[in-house]
Design a protein around this ligand. Structure first.
Ligand SMILES: [Zn+2]
Length: 318
């Protein structure tokens, strides 16, 4: 592996880049704005500009790119929620041709998961799960030290495992997916639908304190509510989210026989503030193992995880 690696994290609004050393430490960062009209050419131009900003002299032979969407095992982007023009394109090959370098493309949640095994929360752990709790619920599984992709690249869509048969409608169209209960978008829907005093207090925190819906809900549950009734309502909603997340995580532990679960993403701090409750919720659904055998850990690489994991994949392709 060369001295420095570079990884890119392509999201709906921006491309982030990180130059990473052999110990997975980020030595330089960059960011370029993108949009829904992103094409392979404009994405290559953004990546090229970031390379110009961050790399002196010779460009790396291999680049890693994490992207939201389903990345097929051949490097084709089978589906992209944020960038429709990229859907169905052989994105790894197109970027490689445009940039004149080897390009490894992987799903962004998989990149974030892979990063945690490299001087991260799951360093030295062969089998683990990373769940990214943000607007949606992303996840990636590492088995025997390698990313588990499945037959087509769709493996471990934990956000779309069913935790409540016939339950809430998910963005994917199915009913009762975990993402419809344990994500920022889900909390927003659930709180707005209530249309009561809890809704009013959450909305006021969201606009005045610049908090997310989940963060505001948890703050109200922890004693910031104006009265005991609102506090109780907030506690019940927070408990329900944790209960559903616990069922989903325990199911993944049961399926993959893993004992390390890493929680990442923007609403991870709120969820981890109720770690005991989360573990209790998991305990009720675990098969053949006590909850004490399962470690639930915060992400180490945080917002850099996607870029760091992409850089790790680039390094391994050399
Ligand atoms: Zn779903």
């Amino acid at each position: 592996m060369s001295q420095s690696l570079i990884g890119f994290d392509v999201g709906g609004q921006s491309v982030k880049a990180a130059v990473v050393n052999e110990s997975a430490e980020v030595t330089a960062r960059g960011r370029r704005v993108t949009g829904a009209d992103t094409t392979a050419e404009s994405l290559a131009a953004s990546i090229g500009a970031l390379l110009d900003d961050l790399v002196d002299g010779v460009r790396p032979e291999s680049l890693g790119v994490g992207i939201a969407g389903v990345v097929g095992t051949t490097g084709n982007l089978e589906g992209s929620p944020n960038m429709p023009a990229l859907t169905g394109r052989p994105i790894a090959k197109e970027l490689s041709d445009l940039l004149g370098a080897r390009v490894v493309v992987e799903n962004d949640a998989n990149c974030a998961a892979y990063a945690e095994g490299w001087f991260g929360a799951a360093d030295g752990v062969a089998d683990y799960l990373v769940v990214t709790l943000g607007t949606g619920l992303g996840s990636g599984v590492v088995i025997a030290g390698g990313l588990y992709r499945g037959s087509t690249g769709y493996a471990c869509e934990l956000g779309h495992s069913i935790v409540h048969a016939g339950g809430r409608r998910c963005g994917c169209g199915n009913l009762g997916c975990l993402e419809a209960y344990a994500s920022e978008a889900a909390m927003r829907t659930i709180i707005v639908e209530r249309d009561d005093d809890l809704t009013a207090e959450v909305l006021s925190r969201v606009s005045d304190e610049d908090e997310g819906y989940t963060q505001a809900l948890y703050a109200l549950a922890e004693g910031s509510a104006s009265n005991a009734t609102v506090a109780r309502m907030a506690q019940r909603e927070a408990e329900e989210m944790i209960r559903m997340l616990g069922i989903g995580l325990a199911s993944a532990v049961n399926v993959f026989d893993i004992e390390t679960v890493v929680i990442a993403g923007g609403i991870a701090p709120a969820v981890l503030s109720r770690l005991d409750d989360l573990k209790s919720a998991m305990a009720t659904s675990l098969f053949a193992r006590p909850i004490d055998a399962v470690r639930v850990l915060p992400s180490v690489h945080g917002n850099d995880a996607g870029s760091i994991g992409a850089a790790r994949l680039a390094g391994e392709s050399l």
